[in-house]
Structure formats: structure tokens, C-alpha cells
Design a protein around this ligand. Structure first.
Ligand SMILES: C[S@@+](CC[C@H](N)C(=O)[O-])C[C@H]1O[C@@H](n2cnc3c(N)ncnc32)[C@H](O)[C@@H]1O
Length: 231
């Protein structure tokens, strides 16, 4: 057989080999693309789910950070106070961190772990990590009995339940500050700011005496009444 004949015979085999290589390369690329896409979707879900979850609860309390004026109003009405402070649903930690900078031993309770990790990082960066603590917790499943200053930026649908919970847990020396939405039956001793930045201050002595004058409503939503320890 001539040299030309040998060359012509090996051409289909070479072609076949390069087709197989190309196919292998394409399927490897497919696996990588699927892996990256799947991984990205899982990561996106892991980040977004905690932000969406509050909207799916019976009482929807979404992450809406306090405005600068709101934070200033909270600190303004508490300027004569000291000791422990808790922000219920602490979001990105801005109230807790600002309170720590004003000398409070400040804690936050927050359902969304990303916001809690971010708050801890921010407290560290801003040098107040020793006077702050952030807990991943459901506000209905922990007690606030140890706090003498309580801040809540809630929604109207939860305020009546929270009135009962705080009235039964807090010491009579405590003060409670409600941001944007007041408590429905308590009478505030003071207010500050206006519009969406308004804050209302309540004295525990007053609202606890209210409680003693006969009310027996339930303090936790029916679907969330198992006690829980916090991290
Ligand atoms: C209106 S934001 C207030 C954030 C923060 N206190 C501030 O003023 O900037 C309410 C926060 O409560 C959190 N939250 C919602 N349901 C909660 C629950 N059951 N327990 C604890 N935190 C909750 C939300 O994730 C959100 O960050």
C-alpha cells in the first residue's frame, strides 16, 4: 500500500478520537456549569430565605432598619438611664451598637442569622464587642426579664401580644421604648420625634400595675409557644 493510502486510512480514526475528546470536554463543562449554577442557587436561597421567612409567619415583622433620627430619638429618651438594654428584633444591630457606645450593656435578639453575624462583625469593627451580645432567637421564645431598658421597632399586629409578654416579664424599674408603632393600651410617659421617627416611652411600674388589675390574655402566638434557649 502506498504512503498516501495509509494516510487516508488513518484519517477517520483520528477524526473519531478527536470527536470523543471534544464530547468528553463538553460533558465536563456541562458538569461544571451545572455545579456552579446549582451551588449559586443554593447559596442564593441560603442568603435570601432568612429575609423572606418573617413574611411567612403569622405576625409578619420584616427587616426595616431604624432611621438615623429614630436611633437618635431612642438614645435621647434613654439619656438619663444606664445598665442593660435589649433591642427586640435587632436587625443589623444599629440600635444595640449605638446604645453600647452610650454606655449600655446592650443585647439584640434576632431571628435572621445573617443579620446577627453581621451585627457581631460590626460591633467588633466598631470596638463595642465587649459591651454587646447578639442572639439568634425567636422573640416569643425568650424572656426579657433581665433587661432594664427595652427597645422594640415592631408592627401593629404584634404589639398587643408583646404588651402582655413584657408586662409579665419586666422588672418594675424598666423602661420600654416603642419605635414607629406605639403599644395599644399602655399610656406613654414621654414621646420624641415625629412621623415615622416617633418613639414612645413607657414606664414598667405603670403598665405592670395595669396588668395586676386583671387581665389574662395569652402572651405568645398559638403557633410559637414552645420555650427555647438562645445562642
Ligand atoms: C423592623 S426590623 C427592626 C430592626 C432593628 N431593631 C432596627 O430598629 O434597626 C424588625 C426585625 O425583627 C426581626 N424579626 C422578625 N421576627 C422575629 C422574631 N420572631 N424574633 C426575633 N426577631 C424577629 C426581623 O428579622 C427584623 O430584623
Amino acid at each position: 500500500m502506498s504512503q498516501e493510502g495509509i494516510f487516508l486510512d488513518s484519517a477517520p480514526a483520528d477524526q473519531l478520537q478527536s470527536d470523543v475528546k471534544e464530547k468528553k470536554g463538553r460533558s465536563r463543562l456541562g458538569v461544571i456549569v451545572t455545579g456552579v449554577l446549582g451551588g449559586s442557587l443554593v447559596a442564593l436561597y441560603a442568603v435570601a430565605a432568612p429575609f423572606v421567612a418573617p413574611a411567612l409567619r403569622k405576625v409578619c415583622l420584616p427587616f426595616v432598619p431604624a432611621t438615623t433620627a429614630q436611633v437618635e430619638n431612642v438614645l435621647g429618651v434613654l439619656r438619663a438611664r444606664s445598665g442593660t438594654l435589649v433591642d427586640i428584633g435587632s436587625g443589623d444591630g444599629r440600635i444595640v451598637i449605638a446604645a453600647a457606645k452610650h454606655g449600655f450593656q446592650a443585647s439584640g435578639f434576632e431571628l435572621n442569622p445573617w443579620l446577627v453575624w453581621y451585627s457581631r462583625y460590626k460591633a467588633l469593627r466598631e470596638g463595642v464587642h465587649r459591651s454587646t451580645a447578639f442572639h439568634i432567637s425567636d422573640l416569643w421564645k425568650v424572656s426579657f426579664a433581665q433587661y432594664s431598658n427595652v427597645v422594640i421597632f415592631g408592627v401593629p399586629q404584634m404589639m398587643d401580644q408583646l404588651e402582655l409578654k413584657l408586662a409579665s416579664e419586666l422588672p418594675s424599674t424598666a423602661k420600654v421604648v416603642a419605635c414607629r408603632f406605639p403599644f395599644p393600651t399602655w399610656v406613654p410617659e414621654n414621646t420624641a420625634g415625629e412621623g415615622i421617627d416617633t418613639v414612645w416611652v413607657y414606664d414598667a411600674k405603670a403598665f405592670k400595675s395595669h396588668l395586676q388589675h386583671g387581665m389574662t390574655r395569652k402572651t405568645t402566638p398559638e403557633h410559637e409557644d414552645t420555650p427555647e434557649s438562645h445562642t
